[in-house]
Design a protein around this ligand. Structure first.
Ligand SMILES: C[S@@+](CC[C@H](N)C(=O)[O-])C[C@H]1O[C@@H](n2cnc3c(N)ncnc32)[C@H](O)[C@@H]1O
Length: 209
C-alpha cells in the first residue's frame, strides 16, 4: 500500500488520491467529463513541478479547470495533497510524459491555455533532443488548443530560450504576442528561486490562429 495515500479507517480513499486522473485507457483520448465533472475552460500546466503556480491559478480562477501534467510521482502526490488542502475542485493531476499527453491523451481543441514554465533546459548538446519545446511539440499542441488558445512559456535559461525562439518562429498556425510583465500571473516554485538569485526571466506568448 502506498504510504502517502493509505486508506482511512472507514476504508474510504484518501481525497488526494481522487485528484490524480488515471486514464482508464492510455491508448485512447481521455473523456474530459471523466476528468472534470464541470465543463469549463481548461488550462494545462506542463511540468507543473511542486504546484505553487497551479494551485495559485486554480484558487484565483475558480471558473476554470486546471490540469497539471508531471512525470515525477512524488511531485504529483504533493500537488494532489495541496489541492485537497486548498479545497480545489477545479484541479486534476496527470502523471505522464507531456509529449505523450499532447499527442495521445488530451482530446483535440480542448485546451484554452498551455503553460510551460521553466522546463528542464538540458544544456548539454547531446541532451538537447530531450528538450520539450520542439517542432513536434508545437504541432501536437496546435491540435489540442482551442482556436485562439494560448501557449505561455517562461525560462531562466538564455541558450534554451534562443533555441525556443527558432522553434516558435517556424511553428505554423500561431501568432506571437507581447507578454508584458504581469504581476497577476503567479510565480512558480522555480521562478521564485531564480528571481531570488537575481536571474533574468525570458518569456513568450503565442496564440493559435
Ligand atoms: C525545472 S522544473 C519546473 C517546475 C515548475 N514548472 C516550476 O516552474 O516550478 C521542470 C518540471 O517538469 C517536469 N518534467 C520534465 N520533463 C517532463 C516531461 N517530459 N513530462 C512531464 N513532466 C516533465 C520535471 O519533473 C519537473 O518537475
Amino acid at each position: 500500500m502506498r504510504a502517502a495515500f493509505r486508506a482511512n479507517s472507514d476504508n474510504a480513499p484518501d481525497p488526494a488520491e481522487l485528484i490524480e486522473f488515471v486514464p482508464s485507457d492510455y491508448f485512447a483520448r481521455a473523456n474530459m467529463s471523466d476528468m472534470f465533472p464541470r465543463s469549463a475552460p481548461l488550462e494545462v500546466d506542463l511540468g507543473c513541478g511542486e504546484g505553487a503556480f497551479l494551485v495559485a491559478m486554480a484558487t484565483k480562477y475558480p471558473d476554470r479547470n486546471f490540469l497539471g501534467i508531471e512525470r515525477l510521482l512524488g511531485r504529483v502526490r504533493k500537488v494532489c495533497r495541496m489541492a485537497v488542502h486548498h479545497q480545489l475542485a477545479n484541479v486534476r493531476l496527470l502523471r505522464i510524459e507531456t509529449a505523450y499527453a499532447l499527442r495521445y491523451v488530451l482530446p483535440p481543441e480542448t485546451v484554452s491555455v498551455a503553460h510551460v514554465l521553466f522546463p528542464d533546459p538540458w544544456p548539454k548538446r547531446h541532451h538537447q533532443p530531450r528538450r520539450l519545446i520542439q517542432d513536434g511539440f508545437m504541432e501536437a499542441l496546435h491540435g489540442i488548443l482551442v482556436p485562439g488558445g494560448e501557449l505561455r512559456i517562461k525560462t531562466d535559461d538564455e541558450p534554451y530560450f534562443q533555441w525556443m525562439e527558432k522553434v516558435l518562429a517556424r511553428a505554423k498556425g500561431y501568432e506571437r504576442l507581447d507578454w508584458p510583465e504581469d504581476p497577476e500571473y503567479p510565480q512558480t516554485n522555480f521562478e521564485r528561486r531564480f528571481l531570488a538569485q537575481g536571474l533574468p526571466i525570458y518569456r513568450a506568448l503565442l496564440r493559435k490562429v
